[in-house]
Ligand binder design. Structure first.
Ligand SMILES: CC(=O)CC(=O)SCCNC(=O)CCNC(=O)[C@H](O)C(C)(C)COP(=O)(O)OP(=O)(O)OC[C@H]1O[C@@H](n2cnc3c(N)ncnc32)[C@H](O)[C@@H]1OP(=O)(O)O
Ligand SMILES: NC(=O)C1=CN([C@@H]2O[C@H](COP(=O)(O)OP(=O)(O)OC[C@H]3O[C@@H](n4cnc5c(N)ncnc54)[C@H](OP(=O)(O)O)[C@@H]3O)[C@@H](O)[C@H]2O)C=CC1
Length: 293
């Protein structure tokens, strides 16, 4: 069944869902942004407006581009509104139970030929596909944060993903002017298999008192030319997402080297989830970010 993608649904209006809606609308696709609560959808729409404002300010887009793109995005809390979509991308919380529940709710409303994809950072595509009614038209389309800026999209096929699904995804990602890399379906794929253990090691470096928040981030920004320090990046990603990815690696690869740092667990238990919670390894509630330890 050949899939021509013209209309997009995005599930989850958080930082990634909003970013995916942003780039798809700018590329000319009609987008419906779904979340469970009106205030979440509204927050996602505001995030998109702000992010397009940055691109306007730096003359990456024109006022007309912004206005046309925003007119292509509509928000909804009614899952039935996704029934006319050619491709639905799930970008909800990195929690397998949440994702599986979403698929059970959404699939009965989708067109038979619609594709369903997940922006998961780490979870088995094959296992998630088995929770849908369309494993042959399901795959991982993994954007990077922040979506409007990062060139990479990681494509991951499940064991049942059909070739025309993969082909349609490649055409869609190319239309967004993104570059793909293809990962096999193993825990955390390529980017996060390499990046998150580095972030986890930075948290261990802090936990063991080898360095402070400032000295660790300065070391990697100036010593390894990273654009963000690893602790700053962890806050940017979200400490709950970082912990989920480490748990997927630890459980999936059964190697103690992936055990999440106890300090990361503590921060998540405290609700200090990073930028999105106002506080993580840095406190973002003042003028400038201030280390929290
Ligand atoms: C967890 C997963 O599953 C996978 C992942 O995503 S892992 C995380 C991958 N992402 C990274 O590693 C990001 C690392 N950080 C960076 O690349 C940079 O710090 C950054 C691009 C985020 C910001 O760059 P910077 O030079 O420090 O700041 P700044 O100059 O303000 O921004 C550069 C551009 O990015 C844009 N930008 C910055 N932050 C942004 C955001 N949160 N959302 C949208 N655009 C943003 C700015 O508007 C600016 O765009 P223009 O050129 O159009 O003006
Ligand atoms: N953060 C990052 O740097 C990256 C994350 N990802 C992946 O993208 C996905 C989203 O991450 P991110 O945007 O950071 O997460 P966020 O926590 O920012 O956003 C998740 C969104 O999903 C919503 N949500 C929760 N449950 C449901 C549901 N049942 N139906 C619809 N929406 C729901 C949340 O609402 P509420 O807040 O009310 O729970 C929230 O708005 C995850 O799978 C993550 O691993 C991929 C690349 C990078």
């Amino acid at each position: 069944m050949k899939t021509e993608i013209r209309t997009i649904g995005v599930i989850g209006a958080g930082q990634m869902g909003a970013g995916i809606a942003h780039v798809a609308a700018l590329a000319g696709f009609d987008v419906k942004l779904y979340d469970i609560a009106e205030d979440r959808v509204a927050a996602g729409m505001q995030r998109i407006e702000k992010s397009m404002g940055r691109q306007l300010a730096s003359e990456k887009i024109t006022e007309a581009d912004k206005a046309e793109a925003l007119s292509r995005i509509s928000g909804t809390t009614d899952v039935k509104d996704l029934g006319d979509r050619d491709l639905v991308i799930e970008a909800a919380t990195e929690d397998e139970a949440v994702k599986r529940k979403i698929y059970r709710e959404v699939c009965p409303h989708l067109k038979p030929e619609a594709m369903l994809a997940t922006n998961t950072s780490s979870i088995s595509i094959t296992r998630l596909a088995a929770a849908t009614d369309r494993p042959e038209r399901f795959m991982g389309i993994h954007f990077m944060n922040p979506v409007p800026v990062m060139k990479l999209v990681e494509l991951v096929r499940g064991i049942a993903t059909e070739e025309e699904t993969f082909d349609a995804a490649k055409v869609f990602v190319a239309a967004l002017d993104k570059t793909i890399t293809v990962s096999e379906d193993f825990p955390a794929f390529i980017v996060n298999r390499i990046l998150l253990p580095m972030i986890n090691e930075a948290i261990y470096t802090l936990y063991e008192g080898v360095g402070s928040v400032t000295s660790i981030d300065t070391a990697m920004k100036l010593g390894a030319n990273h654009p963000m320090g690893p602790l700053q990046l962890a806050d940017f990603i979200g400490l709950d997402t970082c912990l989920s990815i480490m748990q997927v690696l630890h459980d999936g690869l059964a190697d103690s080297k992936y055990r999440p740092c106890p300090l990361l667990v503590k921060y998540v238990e405290a609700g200090w989830l990073g930028r999105k919670a106002g506080r993580g390894f840095y406190d973002y509630r003042g003028e400038e970010p201030v280390p929290t330890r």
